[in-house]
Design a binder for this molecule. Structure first.
Ligand SMILES: NC(=O)c1ccc[n+]([C@@H]2O[C@H](COP(=O)([O-])OP(=O)(O)OC[C@H]3O[C@@H](n4cnc5c(N)ncnc54)[C@H](O)[C@@H]3O)[C@@H](O)[C@H]2O)c1
Length: 332
C-alpha cells in the first residue's frame, strides 16, 4: 500500500517489533516505500524470513534478531528510533488456551519490556497492537471502545493487560501511547499453515487444494474482517497524529461491517473459481464450536474517524479479491 497520501514524515526512524510477521512485514514494506528508516525486531517464533527477504538489501532496513522477553534486546531495538510500532506477540486464542504461560511471557512481560525500553529511549510515541478480543463477553454491538466485557481467553487477558500498562505508562511517565484493537485482520502474507492459522488464509488454502474448509459451528458466527491496508492506514494515522486528544487511548481498527462464515466461504469460492472453476463445487463441512470464540464481532469505527481521520478504503469484497489474488500468485 502506498501511504504517501497520509504524509508521514520520511525522516522518522521507526521500530517495528514482530516485523517478520503478517502485519509487521506489511508495515515495514509500507514505511520503507515512504522513505522511512525501519528497524525490525523479531525472533521468528511465528514470523518468516521470506516476509522480509526483499527488504534485506535495502540500506534503510535493519533486521535485529531478538526476543522481546529479553529486556536487553528491547533496549537495543529502541536505540535511536523516533517511533515504535509494537506488533510482536503470540497471537491466537487456542494457542493461549494450550500454553497460557508462554503467551503471557511474550504478550505481557515482553510488552512491559518494550514499554520500559521505549520510555528510556524517549521515543516520541509507542503505538501497539491491541485486540478486539478485549471485548470478551460484552454483548454490546457495535463494539465501542469504552464498553468491554470479561475476557474469554488467556490471550484476551494479555491484550487487555497491554492496554492497562500503556495507560499507566502514559499517566506516570508521560509517555505517548496509542493502542489499536485490531478486528480479524487478513491479507497478503498472512500465514495459512499451522494449527493456529487464521480462518481466511486457512479456508483459501483448503479451497485452492479442493479440500472442504471446516467451519467451527454452524457458520452463523460473524466477524468484522479487516483488510491489511486499513490497518496500515490506522498505524500511520496513530503515529503521525498531532491531535493531543487522540493520544493515550485505544481505537477499534476495523471496516465497520460484519460477515458470517457462510457468506465468507461463498465469497472466497466466487473469487477463487475465477482461477479454477472446479472450486465452485467444493463445499464446507461443519465441526464443533471452538472454546473462547465470541459469536459476533462488529466494531464502531466512529472514534477513529473522529479523532484520527480514519477513512478505510477497503471493504471485505475488495480486500478478499486482493488477498485471493495474492494467495493464488504466491502459494498455488
Ligand atoms: N491478525 C489479526 O487478526 C490480529 C487481531 C488482533 C490483534 N493482532 C495482534 O497484531 C499483532 C501482529 O499479529 P500478526 O497477525 O501479524 O501475527 P504474526 O504471528 O504474523 O506476527 C507476530 C510477530 O511477532 C513475532 N514474535 C513473536 N514472539 C516474539 C518474541 N518473543 N520476540 C520477538 N518477536 C516475536 C513473530 O515471530 C511474528 O513475526 C500481534 O500483537 C497480534 O496479537 C492481530
Amino acid at each position: 500500500m502506498n501511504i504517501k497520501p497520509l504524509k508521514l514524515n520520511p525522516e522518522y526512524d521507526i521500530l517495528v517489533t514482530g516485523g517478520a510477521g503478517f502485519i509487521g512485514s506489511n508495515l515495514c514494506a509500507a514505511l520503507l516505500e515512504n522513505g522511512n528508516t525501519v528497524r525490525c525486531l523479531d525472533n521468528f517464533a511465528t514470523g518468516k524470513r521470506e516476509n522480509i527477504e526483499s527488504q534485506l538489501e535495502n540500506t534503510n532496513f535493519e533486521l535485529l534478531e531478538g526476543d522481546i522477553r529479553n529486556l536487553s534486546d528491547c533496549i537495543k531495538a529502541c536505540e535511536g528510533v523516533d517511533y515504535v510500532l509494537h506488533q510482536a506477540a503470540l497471537g491466537s486464542v487456542p494457542r493461549s488456551i494450550k500454553d497460557p504461560i508462554t503467551s503471557n511471557a511474550v504478550n505481557v512481560s515482553g510488552f512491559l519490556n518494550m514499554l520500559v525500553a521505549a520510555r528510556d529511549a524517549k521515543v516520541k510515541r509507542f503505538v501497539y497492537a491491541a485486540s478486539s478480543s478485549t471485548y470478551g463477553d460484552s454483548e454490546n454491538m457495535p463494539k465501542v471502545e469504552d464498553i468491554i466485557g470479561k475476557p474469554l481467553s488467556p490471550y484476551a487477558i494479555t491484550k487487555y493487560v497491554n492496554e492497562l500498562y500503556a495507560d499507566i505508562f502514559a499517566k506516570i511517565y508521560g509517555m505517548e501511547t496509542i493502542g489499536l484493537r485490531y478486528f480479524n485482520v487478513f491479507g497478503r502474507r498472512q500465514d495459512p499453515n499451522g494449527a493456529y492459522a487464521a480462518v481466511i488464509p486457512k479456508f483459501v488454502m483448503h479451497l485452492m487444494n479442493h479440500e472442504s474448509p471446516v467451519i467451527n459451528g454452524d457458520g452463523s458466527y460473524s466477524r468484522d474482517f479487516t483488510y491489511i491496508d486499513n490497518v496500515l492506514e490506522m498505524n500511520v494515522r496513530a503515529l503521525a497524529s498531532d491531535n493531543k486528544e487522540a493520544i493515550n487511548t485505544v481505537y477499534n481498527v476495523a471496516y465497520g461491517e460484519r460477515t458470517d462464515l457462510n457468506e465468507l466461504i461463498c465469497l472466497l469460492k466466487e473469487y477463487l473459481s475465477n482461477f479454477d472453476p472446479e472450486i465452485a463445487n467444493v463445499n464446507a463441512t461443519y465441526g464443533p464450536k471452538r472454546q473462547g470464540d465470541v459469536p459476533h464481532s462488529l466494531a464502531s469505527i466512529e472514534k477513529a474517524k473522529n479523532l484520527l481521520g480514519y477513512d478505510p478504503q477497503f471493504d471485505i469484497k475488495i480486500g478478499l479479491k486482493e488477498a485471493v489474488n495474492w494467495y493464488w500468485e504466491n502459494l498455488k
